[in-house]
Write a protein of this length. Structure first.
Length: 384
């Protein structure tokens, strides 16, 4: 069965799933105008799913060093490109995970990079890479290794670069760059905004804005705020007040659908209450969290990923305070939705794996080992 036919069957099932089924609960989209999808807790996927590892690259292999894989992109044929911020390299794997080595290395030339943060395939032989160190986009033709460079407005990137932390960055094939901007802090709340820029529309476009509860300018995942996920053709933003409600828009910003899910927030962990029994955070942080107290309503979601099929993966587990990173919590539970907003089902990643990309039944993850070594792993969902 092809992916297209499988998706069509899933969509038909999702439309009918939950209608009158015992034990399913619904949700309401607040003040929805236009198309709205109100999901139940019943999805199409079976509740019991498992994983099969297909291949892995990097890790302890001396010839396959990865330091800080900031971004990963999967090509039409399954080839994987890795933007390694720590090495200042763009590394290529074939569809079977074979290590092909770097196609861009550290330097200032047109085909070199300084701090690659995110990348995307324009077609089967062309990569688009955002270099945070050089404030530029590089289009790399892989067969010839020829490269062309487009400058990115320093005024767009500088506020994030100066903050010392890239909390969110995304890239679309039309060269649109997405960043999360820091803002002023008052009484422990910071104004955060998601902003996009492109060479064709070089005016900073703020698409979402909300307040984030912060400690030392680091957002606390247990406190709700707007989150954004960006795919090749669409982008998704969550409701800032903490409801499980998301809006899907196309590249032009036209709203396609708003959808909701009846899922509830996972319980606060001891670490989120400043009671970390393993001492994984400084005592000053633990004391600050205890003094802060619990959020009135913990965040239901912590990250949004739009995969290669346009499906929306909503991460439920929250990372430890101060340890968010761009790839979210390891071993996290995800709710998965079709581009239409219909709920497919939920699945938890294996321990120490973080979701990078997905297509069909295959997903690609970042695995961190016991020695903090990084691997890129291809997994297959079994049981669908």
């Amino acid at each position: 069965m092809t992916l297209r036919s499988w998706t069509a069957i899933s969509l038909l099932a999702a439309v009918t799933a939950g209608c009158g089924r015992p034990g399913s609960t619904g949700c309401e989209v607040a003040g929805a105008e236009g198309r709205a999808v109100r999901n139940t807790s019943v999805g199409v996927w079976p509740q019991e799913l498992s994983w099969r590892e297909v291949w892995r690259a990097g890790g302890a292999e001396e010839a396959e060093e990865l330091v800080y894989p900031a971004g990963v992109a999967v090509g039409p044929d399954g080839s994987v490109a890795i933007a390694d911020w720590g090495l200042a390299e763009v590394i290529l794997l074939d569809a079977d995970g074979e290590w092909l080595g770097p196609v861009m290395t550290r330097g200032e030339g047109p085909g070199e990079v300084q701090a690659p943060a995110v990348l995307i395939w324009i077609d089967a032989s062309t990569l688009l890479v955002l270099d945070f160190g050089a404030f530029r986009l590089t289009t790399l033709d892989l067969p010839s290794r020829s490269a062309s460079v487009t400058a990115v407005d320093p005024a767009f990137m500088s506020p994030v670069f100066a903050s010392g932390e890239v909390t969110f960055v995304a890239l679309q094939p039309d060269s649109t760059v997405w960043l999360e901007f820091p803002g002023p802090v008052e009484d422990g709340w910071e104004e955060r905004s998601f902003v996009r820029w492109s060479p064709e529309n070089p005016v900073n476009d703020t698409v979402a804005r909300s307040r984030a509860r912060v400690l030392e300018r680091t957002a606390l995942p247990a406190w709700p705020r707007s989150l954004v996920g960006v795919g090749a053709e669409t982008w998704v933003v969550s409701e800032p007040g903490g409801r499980y409600e998301l809006t899907v828009s196309d590249r032009a910003g036209t709203t396609l659908v708003r959808f909701c899910h009846p899922g509830e927030a996972l319980p606060l962990s001891p670490a989120e209450r400043g009671e970390d029994p393993e001492g994984r955070m400084p005592e000053a942080w633990r004391a600050a969290l205890r003094n802060l107290g619990d959020p009135p309503a913990p965040a239901i979601i912590s990250r949004i990923v739009v995969d290669a099929d346009g499906r929306i993966w909503v991460q439920r587990d929250r990372p430890l305070p101060g340890a968010a990173g761009p790839h979210g919590a390891p071993g996290a539970l995800h709710d998965v939705f079709l581009p239409s907003g219909r709920f497919l089902g939920s699945i938890r990643l294996p321990d120490d794996h973080r979701l990078l990309e997905a297509r069909g039944r295959r997903i690609w993850t970042l695995h961190t080992g016991s020695l903090d070594e990084s691997s890129i792993v291809a997994l297959e969902i079994e049981g669908l």
